[in-house]
Each structure stands twice: as structure tokens, then as C-alpha cells.
Write a protein that binds this ligand. Structure first.
Ligand SMILES: Nc1nc2c(c(=O)[nH]1)N[C@H]1C(S)=C(S)[C@@H](COP(=O)(O)OP(=O)(O)OC[C@H]3O[C@@H](n4cnc5c(=O)[nH]c(N)nc54)[C@H](O)[C@@H]3O)O[C@H]1N2
Ligand SMILES: Nc1nc2c(c(=O)[nH]1)N[C@H]1C(S)=C(S)[C@@H](COP(=O)(O)OP(=O)(O)OC[C@H]3O[C@@H](n4cnc5c(=O)[nH]c(N)nc54)[C@H](O)[C@@H]3O)O[C@H]1N2
Ligand code: SF4
Ligand SMILES: [Mo]
Length: 707
């Protein structure tokens, strides 16, 4: 892969007779720009070439990105619709599959009501598709039950931002400004493995003297070069932030002028952290007092600081509290709205930002409008051409949909672009929920652990066989281009939804010929909403290297920097967090004495359904493992490579031990990119955050024994 790291020779990777098609990587929220190499004669995809002239990633890519093209024409692609008969999938025509789906959806809705059919979406899809999922559920199928995989991903960040700023936008500043930042406070983000190309900005800033503080139970790659590593016990982020805030106030680092002018709740916040001395904080978080004090001084003295967080802090039953407390650290220093300063979440999936704004969430309509707001319902109904009375009410969150499958309130499911059999918490319960369904449809381009439960599997096109837009972690809307014609008989997700809607008698609401028509309708649907895309056109995106929302009109420049003058709350002020300590949903006990946390490795993506099919990535990382400290392992007579059985209140699994001194002695880390008996989600706790309904993937109590 070395040719991708130096500039020399790379520009000439492609050969004569090849065409370069400019697009963006299908995986994480960095959305690295790249060219796909296509052989002109055959139309075949033969490789990739980084794109150097894109200001966010500058030609950098990671091991997943440079091999992503290998999934496009992979022999495992599903090429025909499949119907399960007597336990076996058989290929059928589109007509047969679509009729079968419509018959079953209609029968179930006749017998059990409209809401008995549900939709579960995902945000690896373009904005056009994500927008249509919401319309498909509410207009095409007429159900209230729709939610999506972003619930497991961005919902706590969204909840914290909404509470604090009145709007949820991943980053308050554009990525290239990070080069000029003096201090990075990174909480629960393993960006070197999960957003690898973002680190170029850290290194540039570090060359100019920037300081780095890392908050993570593991000494992750960036922690090794950090000025301070706060190695907290999983599940204690809000207490850690409260301790930092206590010190910022005590040591005189608060920008009182800014707080006075732009924030609410300062006195309440101050009272709530009065007891959070470094000693108190150290007891709760397990971080040494000296480290806390050092971090507060470094952070407090930096003229331009950025606080970034990700799933480590967010995937907890108090993820929203954690996010709000970390943002509060940034507000107290007066950083938000200033150059090269501010805060943000590392958006997970490729379109994790755009896909959460346009109506896949149980309570949201396009443009981040709320389904509980009658004016929003009236506006969107107008755009869709339906009677506002027919707009379904808000449904429930992703995990709660599985509860309703168990109780029988939900009897059918159309799952697209997600693999919850692997990625949802408490996997045994989730797999049992799929088995309880009367009827299940899955759209995917590969067979998945979830699709194995389905009655019908529909071949969707991949990210490279259709065009559209995504919104990257900055809030920048960018173009995804069609690289080749659909493989086999696969169809684009928007076409599949439109065809089913047509058979459900709702065809007139889905008249689309192409993705651009959907984009133009979607612009109008978002007009005037918090996430306003009305002024964004595909032409502008090409000309301007992406356009940032909100962008209310075609002559509006877009909004790379948020909150320059005011916040989106009714009084224009940000709401500081107020500390209120809560334990994680499950704490250690005599029976379950250790903490289990889960996450990612650089070589695999999410449920692994794509990356487990790439030889190079499998060579690097074929199996999950349990990362643990040698001192902990010794207590159980475990060595590197021995088999360990892990058990929680929900399930058990056996994996290899990987010894490392870079993890806390009370914590075990397992990556979650594998299914069935290799799935760590057999063990995880579905305790939900009260606001975001995010499950607690990052903390549960576990016991271990030698297997
Ligand atoms: N290689 C790779 N990259 C990816 C993905 C992938 O699957 N693979 N997925 C993409 C997606 S969808 C997402 S959401 C992002 C996720 O990106 P990240 O959030 O960076 O990834 P995670 O590994 O889930 O968790 C980050 C860190 O949280 C730490 N952690 C665990 N418990 C706690 C805690 O209680 N507090 C704190 N502060 N930290 C804790 C873990 O040790 C881990 O290092 O990555 C995106 N990029
Ligand atoms: N234990 C644990 N569990 C976790 C997490 C964790 O940190 N720990 N993180 C959570 C997070 S942050 C996330 S984002 C979730 C994600 O988990 P999932 O939602 O399961 O994500 P993927 O594995 O990307 O699943 C996407 C599926 O859709 C297919 N697909 C990809 N693109 C398209 C498309 O455009 N159209 C269609 N129709 N199909 C497509 C892929 O082949 C794959 O089968 O996992 C969550 N689960
Ligand atoms: S950093 Fe993210 S977007 Fe960039 S190549 Fe890697 S997975 Fe793809
Ligand atoms: Mo995610």
C-alpha cells in the first residue's frame, strides 16, 4: 500500500485505456475523495487512485478505502431477487418478488393495522435514498415504525448538540481549520483507526506546537503521542468532564465575557461541579489526580482549542449527558464560533450526517423538522402531496422496534442497508425478534447474517452503481458518482422503494426517473428547516468542492462555521450542561467483576459484511480477539493466544486473548465486526439513554474464565 502514502508516482497509477471517475469512499464520515479506475473497453472496475485536490483529505486514504473498489464486482454480490422457500433461497424475477412483498405487506396491514409493517434503514446510503426511506415508510407503507442504524451511531451526539445548541451539526468548524488549532481534547475517539485521514490535520498542528489530550480506557495510537492520556474507566465521561470543568472554573480559565453573553445556566453548572475536585473525579474515573490537573492547565491555557468526541463517550446510557458536558468545556473557554476552535463529533458512517437529518429517525421529517411539530407536518405533507391527517405519528427507536417484534405489534420488516443481527446490542434477542416476524424483506448487495432470516432478499446496487450526494462529518454536501452499470439485475434502493410503493397503490407519490429528481424534491422538503439544503445544487457542489448546510438559497455561500453570532436555541444562547452523576446501566459485581467495552479496528467496517470479503483486510485481521492487560490475564492463567470465555448477563463467547499493556487492568476490549458465535453483541447491554435511546455498547459487566 506504500504507493498511496507518497505523492510520487501515485498520480500515474492508472494506465492508458482507463477512465478515472471521481467519487468518495463508501465507508466512514471522512468521505475521502478518490478516483475509481475503470477499463474503458470492458467497463470493469480495476482500481483506485486518491484524489489530491480535495481540501479535506488531500489524497490520503486508509486500508479500507484503497480496497473498497474490490467489493463492487465481488463474486458474492447478490444479482437477482431471492425468495425463501422451504428454508432455501431461490432466484426469482423482480415481478414475482415485488408482487410477493406487496401481497404480504397488504395482508399483514389488513389483519393487524398499518403499523404492523416496519422499516429499518441505514446511512451508508446517499441523501436521496435516506430521504426516500422516510417517505417510503410514511407515505408508501403508511407506518409509524421507522428507525435506522444511526440510532446506534450518532444519536447521542445529536441529542447532546440539540440540547446545547438547538441544532445537531457534527462539527462547528471545517476540518482544514484544524491545522491552526493549539489544543485537541479527544474523548472516546480512536481517530487514527476510525477516521485515519483526519490525523493529517493533527500532525500539521502538532508540528506547530499543538497539544493533544486523549480520554480513552486504552492507550490508542494517538494517546501514544499525546501530552496527557486520561485513561478513564469506561462509563465515567460525564464525571471526567465535570472534573475538568471544576478545574477550569477554579483555575480561572473561564471566558466569562463569552459565557455571560452567549450561554445559559452558568451558576447552576458551577454549583453542580462544586464537589468535583480532582480527588473526587479520580475516585470515580480511575484517572490519576496529577493527570487531571495537567490536562486542565494545558486545555485551559490554549488560545484555540477543539474538543472532539465519538462513540466512546456517546454509546452509553448517558451518552447525551457526556456529550453536553464535553461541549460545555468548549463553551466555557469561549471557543465555539471562533477560528480553528470549537467542537464536534466524528461522524461514523459515510452519510451519518446527512442520513440523520432527513426523516429516517422515528420522530424526524426532512430538514431536521420534528414530526411532533404540526407546522412541520403541514409543510412536508404539502411537499409530498398528502393530507397532513395521514402523516403517521412518531414511532419508537431502533432497539425498541425489536421489543415490538417480540410483542407482536410489529409483524413485518423491510430492512435496508443495515445488519442488526451483528450490530445491534443483545444480539440473541435481536435474532430471535427476526425469527418472530411473519414476513421480512432485506435489501442489500451481499447476503448478511440479518438477510439469512429474510423471506425475500432484494439485490441493491452498491455505492458505485448510482449517483447522488452525501454529507460528510463537517456538514459539507458532496457528490457520489456512478462508476459502472448495476451488477446483474440489482436496482438502486430508491428504485426498489418506488416499485414497492407502486404495488402498494402509492405509485403517484414516487414518480422518479433518477436520483437528481429526488434531490430536487428533497431540497424543497428541507427548505426553511434547521438542516436547510434548498440552496444546494449538484452543479454548485462540483464547482465549490462541496457546499455546507444550512444553505437556504442558491446565492447563499453555505455555512462552514456554525454559531459565529448566535446559537439555534429560542434565545440564541447555548445551554451549558448541569452535572448529575449516574452510574452506567450495569456495574461490576462479585459475579461479573470486569468491564467489557467494544469498538473497531482499522481493517474492518461495522458488521464486517463488506470488509470481511476483502482478502487484504482479512489477512490483516481475520478474527475478533479480547484485548487485556497482562496482569489481568495472569490472574486467570491466560497468555497471549489462549482462549478465553467471556460471559455477561445476556450471553457468552469464546475468543483468543491478545495481551497488551495499553489497556486498563479492569477492562477488556473486543472489536465487533463479526457475526454469530464471533459476535461480541451477544454480550452487550441494551440499556438505553433516556433521550437518545442509544444502547450502552461501550460498558457492561463481564466475567471471564480460561476456555
Ligand atoms: N476502521 C473503521 N473505521 C470506522 C468504522 C469501522 O467500523 N471501522 N466505523 C465508522 C463508524 S460508523 C463510526 S460510529 C466511527 C466510530 O469511531 P470511534 O468512536 O472512534 O470508534 P470506537 O472504536 O467505537 O470507539 C472509540 C474509542 O472509545 C473507547 N472507549 C470505550 N469505552 C469508553 C468510555 O467509556 N469513554 C471513553 N471516553 N472512551 C471509551 C474505545 O477504547 C475506543 O478506542 O468509526 C467510523 N470509522
Ligand atoms: N458492540 C458494538 N456494536 C455496535 C457498535 C459498537 O461500537 N460496538 N457501533 C454501532 C454503530 S456506530 C453502527 S454505525 C452500527 C452499524 O451497523 P450496521 O448498520 O449493521 O452497518 P453495516 O455493517 O454497514 O451494515 C450495512 C449493511 O448494508 C449493506 N449496504 C451497504 N451499503 C448499502 C446500500 O447503499 N444499500 C443497501 N441496500 N445496502 C447497503 C452492507 O452490505 C451491510 O450488509 O453498528 C453498531 N453496533
Ligand atoms: S478514512 Fe474513511 S473515508 Fe477515508 S478511505 Fe478510510 S474508510 Fe474511507
Ligand atoms: Mo457508527
Amino acid at each position: 500500500m506504500s504507493q498511496f502514502v507518497t505523492k510520487e508516482g501515485v498520480k500515474n497509477l492508472h494506465k492508458p485505456g482507463e477512465e478515472l471517475i471521481t467519487t468518495h469512499c463508501c465507508y466512514c464520515g471522512m468521505q475521502c475523495a478518490m478516483h475509481i479506475r475503470v477499463e474503458k473497453k470492458t467497463g470493469k472496475v480495476v482500481g483506485v487512485e486518491p484524489r489530491y485536490d480535495w481540501p479535506v483529505t488531500n489524497g490520503k486514504m486508509c486500508p479500507k478505502g484503497v480496497t473498497a473498489y474490490q467489493t463492487i464486482e465481488h463474486p458474492d454480490r447478490i444479482t437477482k431477487p431471492l425468495i425463501k422457500r422451504n428454508g432455501e433461497f431461490t432466484a426469482v424475477s423482480w415481478d414475482e418478488a415485488l408482487n410477493y412483498i406487496a401481497e404480504n405487506f397488504q395482508r399483514i396491514q389488513r389483519e393487524h393495522g398499518k403499523d404492523a409493517v416496519s422499516v429499518f434503514g441505514g446511512v451508508s446510503m446517499t441523501n436521496e435514498k435516506c430521504y426516500l426511506v422516510g417517505k417510503y415508510a410514511r407515505v408508501g407503507l403508511g407506518t409509524r415504525y421507522i428507525d435506522y442504524n444511526g440510532r446506534f451511531c450518532m444519536s447521542s451526539a445529536a441529542g447532546g448538540m440539540l440540547k446545547t445548541f438547538g441544532i445537531d451539526r457534527g462539527m462547528t468548524l471545517p476540518v482544514p481549520e484544524l491545522e491552526h488549532t493549539d489544543c485537541f481534547f479527544l474523548a472516546g475517539t480512536n481517530s487514527a483507526e476510525c477516521h485515519p485521514t483526519s490525523t493529517q490535520w493533527l500532525w500539521k498542528a502538532k508540528d506547530k506546537g499543538a497539544k493533544i489530550i486523549v480520554v480513552d480506557p486504552r492507550e490508542i495510537p494517538i494517546a501514544r503521542v499525546a501530552d496527557v492520556h486520561l485513561d478513564l474507566k469506561p462509563g465515567t465521561d460525564s464525571a471526567l468532564a465535570a472534573g475538568m470543568i471544576h478545574l477550569l472554573i477554579r483555575e480561572g480559565y473561564v471566558d466569562h465575557e463569552y459565557v455571560q453573553a452567549r450561554c445559559n445556566n452558568f451558576e447552576e453548572l458551577k454549583a453542580s461541579v462544586e464537589h468535583c475536585t480532582p480527588e473526587y473525579t479520580s475516585v470515580i474515573t480511575g484517572v490519576a489526580v496529577e493527570k487531571l490537573i495537567k490536562a486542565a492547565h494545558i486545555y485551559g491555557q490554549s488560545p484555540r482549542s477543539v474538543v472532539m468526541f465519538a462513540r466512546g463517550a456517546e454509546q452509553q446510557s448517558k451518552g447525551v449527558d457526556n456529550v453536553q458536558m464535553y461541549i460545555t468545556m468548549s463553551l466555557l473557554r469561549g471557543m465555539i464560533g471562533k477560528f480553528a476552535s470549537g467542537c464536534g463529533t466524528f461522524t461514523g458512517q459515510g452519510n451519518g450526517q446527512g442520513g440523520r437529518e432527513h426523516g429516517q429517525k422515528a420522530d424526524l421529517l426532512p430538514g431536521y423538522r420534528k414530526l411532533t411539530d404540526p407546522k412541520a407536518v403541514e409543510y412536508v405533507s404539502g411537499v409530498w402531496g398528502i393530507d397532513p391527517k395521514d402523516m403517521p405519528k412518531p414511532g419508537v427507536s431502533a432497539y425498541e422496534m425489536f421489543d415490538l417484534m417480540h410483542s407482536g405489534e410489529i409483524r413485518a420488516l423491510h430492512l435496508m442497508c443495515s445488519n442488526p443481527a451483528v450490530s445491534a446490542p443483545n444480539a440473541n434477542y435481536v435474532n430471535a425478534a427476526f425469527e418472530k416476524l411473519d414476513f421480512m424483506v432485506v435489501s442489500d448487495f451481499f447476503m448478511s447474517e440479518s438477510a439469512e432470516h429474510a423471506d425475500v432478499v432484494l439485490p441493491a446496487t452498491s455505492w458505485a452503481e448510482d449517483e447522488g450526494t452525501t454529507t460528510n462529518l463537517e456538514g459539507r454536501v458532496i457528490r457520489i458518482r456512478k462508476v459502472r452499470d448495476p451488477i446483474g439485475e440489482s436496482k438502486s434502493d430508491w428504485e426498489i422503494m418506488s416499485l414497492i410503493a407502486e404495488r402498494m397503490g402509492k405509485g403517484k407519490f414516487f414518480p422518479y426517473e433518477n436520483a437528481l429528481e429526488i434531490f430536487n424534491e428533497f431540497r424543497v422538503a428541507t427548505k426553511g428547516g434547521p438542516a436547510d439544503y434548498y440552496g444546494i445544487t449538484w452543479e454548485r457542489i462540483d464547482k465549490e468542492d462541496g457546499v455546507f448546510w444550512p444553505c437556504p438559497s442558491e446565492d447563499h455561500p453555505g455555512t462552514p462555521n456554525m454559531f459565529r453570532e448566535k446559537f439555534n436555541t429560542p434565545d440564541g444562547k447555548a445551554n451549558l450542561g448541569i452535572f448529575n452523576w449516574r452510574e452506567p446501566g450495569e456495574i461490576q459485581s462479585e459475579e461479573y467483576p470486569l468491564v467489557l467495552t467494544t469498538g473497531r479496528v482499522v481493517f474492518h467496517y461495522l458488521s464486517g459484511n463488506q470488509t470481511r470479503r476483502v482478502d487484504f483486510l482479512m489477512e490483516q485481521c481475520p478474527l475478533p480477539y479480547a484485548e487485556m492487560h497482562p496482569e489481568l490475564a495472569a490472574q486467570y492463567n491466560l497468555t497471549n493466544g489462549s482462549k478465553v470465555k467471556l460471559t455477561t448477563r445476556r450471553g457468552h463467547m469464546t475468543v483468543d486473548v491478545r495481551l497488551t499493556k495499553t489497556i486498563r487492568k479492569d477492562t477488556i476490549f473486543i472489536p465487533y465486526h463479526w457475526g454469530k458465535e464471533l459476535s461480541v453483541n451477544q454480550l452487550t447491554n441494551p440499556a438505553l439513554d433516556p433521550i437518545s435511546r442509544m444502547p450502552e455498547f461501550k460498558v457492561c459487566a463481564v466475567k471471564i474464565e480460561k476456555a
